[in-house]
Design a protein around this ligand. Sequence first.
Ligand code: G
Ligand code: G
Ligand code: MN
Ligand code: NA
Length: 250
Amino acid sequence: KSFEADLKQALRKGELEIFYQPQVNTITREICGYEALLRWFHPIRGQVPPSEFIPVAENIGLIHELGDWVLRTACTEAARWPRSLKVAVNLSPVQFRSRNLIQSVVTIVTQSGLDPDRLELEITESVLLDKNEQTLETLTQLKAVGIQIAMDDFGTGYSSLGSLRSFPFDKIKIDRSFIRDVTTRADAFAIVELVTGVGRSLGMTTIAEGIETEEQFACVKQVGCEQVQGFLIGRPVPATQLDHLRQASN
Ligand code: G
Ligand code: G
Ligand code: MN
Ligand code: NA
């Protein structure tokens, strides 16, 4: 069977699962929340990475159904966590541009019982590229119901620092390509320091992605980055393993 045909059945066959990766405060090391990361386990293909199946889901129009499922599952799960913990969900640009995005997001969040301010939607710079007025309108509506907005993979796309002025982000996720080099290259360090400073000045939370070593952790903490996420803190794990993870950090 084709990749597309298998993907279309994945949800119904129970092959999809959400893994959660912790985000911690750099000063207290307390967990602030988790990013929801979709996983596909196919009996023959094995584990298919989202970088391979998300683009296909976008092309065949399946992303709306998948995206709604991820959002519903993550919000329902998070509604049972301690109230101090947020959940971050990735939104595909295709989902973001859909006409009924606001209505479906609001319906799903309401039905889940999760406080909207505990939901953070991650968008990438590519959504800022086109139709800026509509983008601003959508973000403003999401924020009006209390949902938080994070700019994912910041620094890798085409948007500039100006987008931080034009759009109401609550959080900036500094891309892991900068973190990888932050302890060894002055240019990467300068960019992390700059983005953290701009974020703080604009009242946005900054988080460093892809933290793998204590040296990287110390480095981003030193420049004032508020949160980190990465294999050093914790790998993405199934929801059933979260209790254990939380206790281990306390
Ligand atoms: O999970 P992993 O580290 O392999 O993530 C690879 C990419 O897939 C990342 O860019 C991540 O944002 C994206 N991704 C993971 N889960 C989802 C999801 O539920 N929806 C969308 N649109 N992208 C996701
Ligand atoms: O684009 P986005 O930030 O949503 O993607 C998250 C991706 O980054 C996931 O695929 C996740 O597995 C991966 N990831 C998370 N932490 C680390 C890390 O410390 N190192 C590396 N190499 N990848 C990471
Ligand atoms: Mn993300
Ligand atoms: Na990212």
